[in-house]
Design a protein around this ligand. Structure first.
Ligand code: GLU
Length: 612
């Protein structure tokens, strides 16, 4: 065991790389940067998040007797300081929770909503009649949805917390006041956004100190965010949802604070203070499928995550992947994902606006229909049509193909457990790395650009597109915070960022763990490939270099690292897919906490009482 000082004076027990896992023989190298470890094993509660400070904040709350929910709010608030380009007060997310007392899984939908003045043509340029170029929408007030983050924290605390919001915000306030040490990952993420951040005076002031990239090793303080959190601690969420913070946010959305030397004229947003006042989280029942004796719970729409992961698992359950050779098993993984994505595109949207056939999409009958589309001898040559979940169990007749739209890039996922056995799997986001690029002046947080998750124009031919904007509507998400039970007890909690690749990352980790016998750390570290009903499969370089690739290519699969052609050229993209984190419960209160050894700078995993 290592004990070291992390962030602002918090002492945290961290365990060096573990080698456990029911699947066997792990040896995941310890590549984490100083202060971060990708794996920890022990008891009493665990946290895996993106930064050392956020993990330490969660442990601090657990140590003081907080629940997994209390700790999760502390982690999320601290990530708003130390991981500000991927989440924070300006964003939204999905909170999936296992309650040990009632032995049930519940979820909170904290997705952003469309302002009342928005609608299906809001991303169509009135001058041309064509959708705005994607990069124009990305860096704009127009793409900002009403944030659900703070409302989610309060709702989760009301349902499952022991502490109040003010208490759970304390660690984040301390980190924001004292600052955190800029590492190479943070500097690189800033560099990737430098061109955009320089367009807004408030953003440049915070993240480009003196007009320069923050130096590695320097401290980045965010006193404005500390004050914003203090105001929330004092007055509660109403300071945001209708109060002075909300007012400042609406002003920034409607009149983005462009720098005097800005070279862009960002589209203004439509949000009003009434929209912010009207925001509500939604308690939802989780999606559920059983897979090889496990119960897999995920996020129901407005996220497409739970249904799409669940449908793919249902399809895969019809094949014994552990018996197939690895090329065939991966072929089935890729094709099941392709089919599930076709259905996602056609049927899933915000259920308040779209009749989502959730039960049918997750039925075994539909899985049987879709499974027979998989040809063991050949990959589908390109996008496949959606199935008919209302039809017979026979193979569906072809209709129109539904290629997947834009995959976003950044977000964070973290997991927390506590001494009572409660578990949180929480994905939160401001959509793209750096969100809309706009810091709310004087408030220290970036605005999301979540509304770019809508389709800007119909994508389904004659059929209605379930993911067009509408007043109050939540854009379809791919976030897939997942909790897996075995005999009614937690077995795994897992999730990832990565836009639409989130779904395939979670699916692949589940297949790696449940079918291929990898340990959780191995399942997370393994190279990834993401087939989203396209002619080519996005893959990491290490997946392409693997010995299975020639066999997959012989079946017709084509792999490429991420296609960035539709994106803002100022945003540099890493070839990595996802940044996952997970927990595995191995019995007698023992937990394996596992994150990324390498991707996006590695994860910070920790447990309250390390195993010896
Ligand atoms: N906005 C994306 C979604 O909800 C998440 C962003 C990302 O991970 O890139 O699916």
């Amino acid at each position: 065991m290592l004990t070291r000082r992390i962030g602002s004076a918090l002492t945290v027990g961290l365990l060096l790389t573990a080698t456990l896992g029911a699947g066997g023989t792990t040896a995941v190298a310890d590549h984490g940067p100083p202060g971060k470890r990708p794996v920890a094993v022990g008891y009493g509660g665990a946290v895996v998040s993106d930064t050392a400070e956020s993990t330490a904040a969660g442990l601090e709350i657990l140590r003081r007797g907080g629940t997994a929910t209390d700790a999760a709010v502390a982690v999320a608030a601290t990530l708003g300081v130390t991981d500000p380009y991927v989440a924070g007060l300006g964003g939204g997310g999905y909170f999936v929770y296992y309650d040990a007392r009632s032995r049930t899984v519940s979820t909170i939908d904290g997705r952003e909503t469309t302002p009342r003045a928005g609608g299906p043509t809001m991303f169509v340029d009135p001058n041309t009649g064509q959708p705005y170029p994607f990069p124009t929408a990305v860096t704009s007030g127009l793409s900002v949805g009403v944030p659900g983050m703070l409302a989610t924290w309060q709702r989760a605390l009301d349902r499952w917390g022991r502490f109040d919001l003010a208490t759970t915000l304390k660690p984040a306030i301390r980190v924001a006041d004292r600052g955190f040490t800029v590492d190479a990952t943070f500097r690189e993420q800033t560099r990737q956004n430098e061109g955009r951040f320089a367009q807004f005076s408030s953003t440049a002031e915070l993240f480009l100190p003196g007009g320069e990239l923050p130096e590695v090793g320097s401290r980045l303080r965010n006193p404005d965010l500390a004050d914003t959190y203090r105001e929330i601690a004092r007055y509660g969420p109403r300071a945001f949802y209708g109060g002075s913070i909300g007012r400042d946010m609406v002003a920034a959305v409607r009149t983005p604070p462009v720098a005097p030397d800005a070279t862009i004229d960002p589209l203004p947003g439509l949000m009003t203070l009434q929209d912010v006042r009207d925001y509500r989280t939604i308690d939802r029942r989780p999606t559920h499928v059983s897979y090889r004796g496990y119960d897999v719970y995920g996020m129901a729409p407005s996220s497409s995550g739970g249904i799409t992961v669940g449908e793919a698992l249902n399809i895969l359950e019809r094949f014994d992947l552990s018996e197939l050779d690895r090329v065939q098993a991966l072929h089935h993984y890729l094709e099941a994902s392709r089919l599930a994505f076709a259905d996602r595109g056609r049927y899933i949207g915000d259920p308040a606006y779209v009749d989502v056939p959730q039960r049918q999409l997750l039925s075994d009958r539909f899985a049987a229909q879709r499974a027979c589309e998989i040809d063991p001898a050949a990959a589908a040559p390109g996008p496949v049509p959606p199935g008919n979940p209302f039809g017979s169990a026979e193979c569906a007749a072809a209709t129109t193909a539904t290629p997947d739209g834009n995959p976003g890039t950044h977000t964070n996922h973290f997991v927390v457990s506590d001494r009572w056995g409660n578990v949180v799997s929480y994905t939160n986001t401001i959509e793209q790395l750096g969100g809309a690029g706009i810091v709310v002046p004087g408030r220290g947080f970036l605005l999301n650009n979540e509304l770019t998750d809508f389709n800007f124009a119909p994508t389904q031919g004659e059929a209605p597109d379930p993911n067009l904007a509408a007043p109050g509507k939540r854009p379809r998400s791919s976030m897939s915070p997942t909790i897996v039970l075995k005999h009614g007890r937690p077995f795994l909690a897992v999730g990832s960022p990565g836009g639409a690749t989130i779904i395939t990352t979670v699916l692949q980790i589940l297949v790696n763990r449940l079918d291929f016998g990898m340990s959780l750390p191995q399942a997370i570290a393994a190279p990834r490939a993401s087939q989203r009903n396209a002619a080519t499969t996005q893959a990491e370089p290490a997946f392409i270099a693997a010995p299975t690739t020639p066999g997959l290519e012989a079946l017709g699969h084509r792999f490429q690292i991420r296609d960035t052609s539709s994106l803002d050229p100022n945003i540099k993209i890493s070839p990595d897919i996802g940044v996952a984190s997970g927990l595995e419960f191995v019995g007698r209160g023992k937990v394996i906490a596992a994150g990324e050894p390498v991707r996006r700078g590695g994860s910070a995993a920790a447990v309250l009482y390390p195993a010896h």
